[in-house]
Design a protein around this ligand. Structure first.
Ligand code: AMP
Ligand code: MG
Length: 578
């Protein structure tokens, strides 16, 4: 039952080759990042048991910002003009307010309330709108743009940096989690190069929806707190064909534990700033890798090892939901191995290991089946960046660690796909069953998401019947394959080997692993088209539906989100233009 032709498929998938909103900004800096800050905070925002309450005033909230990042060197040059920056990690630069009215389109209640301790009512305030659109900053936290570099499409691109993003706050929430808030699309910085510092509505809607959707799919990702649109004109040649069009500027408030990327370290090594490289790495380890002991002489190695395994995990998870990032450059790969910088991403529909979401990626460098290779390439660049901090023995060990990436990735990939098929524990035949299922999917051009989902929904009895019911449309297509019944027999036999399992348990388990709703390109496109006409209803609908991607939702089914993609969606394209 295991034709040799299945092997290359596994290989493709699994080998690697200012203003103070309240008066608290007058607090001397020595009191800010200290116990006293907490005291001030406690005074205003705790209940009688000392638990932190949510606040509905941004001013009050801004009194408890954390300013640890500013320990890192900041560019002494303050002007907002494009330049090559040296010997620092950040530049102080304020967002550029829009000149037209701004409108709040959407917020994430979960991000505001559970990550940032803000009451959702804050979103109704003028302060909030001004803050999240880059109109006003919190005086306790002068905004920062980060200096980083990167390898783009295999070539060292030199200084890149936050060319249209501003880090506008860092906050430690009631669970002790540290969150960095960043505006994207908020104006030029010293890193803008030839760009205008803006982001358009379509790409901002996509980032807002997708980063939240990924979170609810259980994939490590940055989050999106809010989305605003302005009437300021932003000119874009969407498909690089000379057709420049007027679009509208929008801003997403993005939230992550850290925005440091592989490129954050690369630029320091590349420009010989080894002292700063060590300082930044120590800072990142101290803040984000608490398991690593600062005095451990091998801490750089342990750090590298952690990033390697977490990156393998992140990419395997992307694959498990058919997500293609689109631009896997080193400047878009987080050191915390979370998905960041959503651009021309896409969720694969019909199964195709060569799926490339980004129409600007002519060579298919970042095709879905090549993401693990891209990850390995990026980790190698991280290793190069870290080498000045390692002795020869450590460099050798690091090379071994990197060489272990394909195995780590492959293991994670297999674990995730085992779970997708409902297997408990590991058995020899699992890989063959996974690969054969994917192979049949590829041959029949069946939908990746719905094939797995419908396999979760179908009963054993239906599965054994000569033809799969038509309403299970993706599986129905696979079911027409001659070798499908043999696969089903082997599959059901394997399921029977699950310890302490039943059909009901199996279906239940698989339904929490295989999503029914993902952000398909056509869904995002439809929401964008309406948003461009000031109808944000579909943005809201998608935001709501994608918070529960594993649960059957009537509204979603009525909207066609679990149906075959509409014909018009076949010609949709996404480019790097954003
Ligand atoms: P991205 O493709 O969004 O990951 O961006 C790559 C680099 O280009 C980063 O340094 C961005 O900050 C910068 N960039 C992208 N778009 C713009 C823009 N419209 N204005 C200024 N910088 C930009
Ligand atoms: Mg980027």
């Amino acid at each position: 039952m295991m034709p040799g032709s299945f092997i290359p498929l596994v290989c493709i998938w699994a080998t690697c080759g200012v203003y103070g909103l309240t008066g608290t900004h007058n607090i001397p800096p020595s009191l800010r990042n200290s116990q006293q800050t907490l005291f001030i905070h406690t005074l205003n925002t705790s209940d009688s048991c000392g638990r932190r309450r949510r606040v509905s005033s941004l001013g009050l909230w801004s009194s408890s910002l954390d300013d640890d990042l500013v320990q890192l060197p900041v560019d002494p040059v303050r002007g907002n003009y494009i330049r090559k920056v040296k010997d620092c990690v950040f530049s102080h630069v304020y967002p550029t307010p829009f000149t037209s009215d701004v409108r709040l389109i959407a917020v994430s209640e979960d991000v505001l309330e559970n990550l940032l301790d803000l009451d959702i009512s804050v979103a109704d305030t003028k302060d909030f709108l001004q803050f999240v659109s880059g109109g006003k900053s919190l005086s306790g936290f002068p905004p920062l743009a980060h200096r980083y570099g990167g390898h783009q499409f295999g070539v060292w691109a030199g200084q890149l940096g936050d060319g249209r993003a501003h880090l506008v706050a860092t906050y430690i929430n009631r669970y002790g989690e540290r969150w960095e808030l960043q505006l994207k699309g908020s104006g030029k910085t010293p890193y803008s190069r030839t760009g205008d510092g803006r982001a358009v509505l379509r790409s901002s809607v996509r980032e807002f929806l997708c980063s939240e959707a990924m979170h609810y799919l259980g994939i490590p990702t940055s989050r999106a707190a809010s989305l605003v649109v302005s009437d300021d004109a932003v000119w874009r040649d969407q498909f690089y064909n000379g057709n420049v069009k007027k679009e509208r500027g929008a801003v997403v408030l993005r939230v992550a534990k850290s925005w440091f990327r592989i490129g954050s370290l690369e630029i320091l090594t590349n420009s010989g700033e080894f002292h700063l490289l060590r300082e930044l790495l120590d800072f990142i380890i101290e803040q984000h890798f608490p398991a690593i002991i600062q005095t451990d002489p091998n801490r750089v190695l342990v750090f590298f090892n952690t990033v390697v395994s977490q990156t393998a995990d992140m990419i395997a998870r992307w694959m498990s939901v058919g997500f293609a990032h689109g631009v896997c450059n080193t400047d878009n790969f987080s050191l915390l191995s979370i998905t960041i910088d959503y651009g021309p991403f896409g969720f694969m529909e019909n199964y195709d290991a060569g799926y490339v979401p980004n129409t600007s990626d002519d060579q298919g460098r970042y095709g879905i089946g090549n993401q693990a290779n891209a990850g390995m390439y990026n980790l190698n660049k991280l290793l190069v960046a870290l080498k000045p901090l390692m002795d020869n023995r450590q460099k050798q060990i690091a090379s071994h660690i990197l060489a272990g990436f394909p195995d780590l990735y492959y293991q994670r990939f297999t674990e995730l796909f085992r779970a997708k098929l409902g297997f408990v524990g590991a058995r020899e035949e699992d890989l063959m069953l996974i690969v054969s299922f994917l192979n049949m999917m590829e041959d029949t051009k069946a939908d990746f998401t719905m094939s797995f989902r419908q396999l979760s929904e179908i009963t054993d009895h239906q599965l054994k019947s000569p033809s799969i019911p038509e309403e299970l449309w993706a599986l129905h297509e696979i079911g027409r394959r001659k070798d499908f019944p043999a696969w089903v027999t082997a599959y059901l036999q394997r399921l029977r080997r699950n310890p302490d399992d039943s059909e009901a348990k199996r279906r239940q388990r698989m339904k929490t692993t295989n999503p029914r709703y993902i952000l398909r390109n056509w869904m995002a496109e439809s929401a964008v088209r309406k948003a461009e006409m000031n109808d944000f209803s579909e943005v809201h609908l998608l935001q709501k539906i994608l918070q529960r991607p594993f649960q059957v939702q009537k509204m979603a089914d009525l909207a066609g989100y679990s149906q075959r993609p509409p014909k018009w969606s076949k010609d949709l394209k996404v480019s790097c233009s954003s």
